[in-house]
Design a protein around this ligand. Structure first.
Ligand code: AP5
Length: 192
């Protein structure tokens, strides 16, 4: 199963992807996690990305595509994957489409997690307090939500136009949201 999870910062993509990877037995590819690992390692890529991420902006499309191509060159993606955090704009959506077509692995399904802004801010403030993630400050969260609205929201229409989109209510317990996602992807799984 080749699945992409879409939704605003704090909508639960990462949380649900880590549960789904066990359920679907495919790797979870989070571009945010890949970038944070580069930052933690102090690599040249990580040094370029660090400030951009802390203020809540998008890292360059070239860096992301290179990182993704590298990740998709690993054998574990052959049987499918769950993508989280990519694509973040229409240029990335088009580049991903081309890359997956070239690999003969077109996307099976896109699931959008829908959560209202007030709750997103509340969740990210909670994570900021608990985990101290650099981009969970009130200022960065506000900016990330703006970036989502202006640059990432159009990606939803990209998958809608390709007839691959299902929107799921992202409010509820972790189990409730998980069950909704599993139900949403059942037709696409059956067709795989
Ligand atoms: P990334 O790591 O992708 O951040 P994000 O999209 O802002 O995602 P979050 O991790 O904040 O939210 P999430 O939807 O995964 O929610 P989560 O499950 O964590 O990207 C970070 C940065 O990297 C970007 O800003 C950018 O700079 C850069 N970047 C990454 N990809 C890029 C790309 N493609 N192009 C350019 N730049 C890129 O949950 C959030 C919180 O809510 C947690 O505390 C969780 O416990 C809680 N929660 C989750 N579900 C529930 C629930 N049902 N009920 C109650 N609480 C819940």
């Amino acid at each position: 199963m080749r699945l992409v999870l879409l939704g605003a910062p704090g909508s639960g993509k990462g949380t649900q992807a880590s549960r789904l990877k066990t359920h679907l037995q495919v790797p979870h590819i989070s571009t945010g996690d890949l970038l944070r690992a580069e930052v933690a390692a102090g690599s040249s890529l990580g040094r370029q990305a660090k400030e951009v991420m802390a203020r809540g902006d998008l890292v360059s499309d070239e860096i992301l595509l290179g990182m993704l191509e590298d990740r998709f060159s690993r054998d574990d993606t052959r049987g499918g994957f769950i993508l989280d955090g990519y694509p973040r704009n229409l240029a990335q959506a088009a580049a991903l489409d081309v890359m997956l077509q070239r690999l003969g692995q077109p996307m099976d399904s896109a699931v959008q997690l829908e959560v209202d802004n007030e709750l997103l801010v509340e969740r990210l403030a909670g994570r900021g307090r608990d985990e101290g993630r650099a981009d969970d400050t009130p200022e960065a969260v506000r900016y990330r939500l703006e970036v989502y609205d202006t640059q990432t929201a159009p990606v939803i229409d990209f998958y809608r136009t390709h007839d691959q989109l299902t929107t799921v209510d992202g409010v509820g317990t972790l189990d409730e949201v998980f069950d909704r996602i599993v139900a949403a992807i059942t037709p696409a799984r059956a067709a795989c």
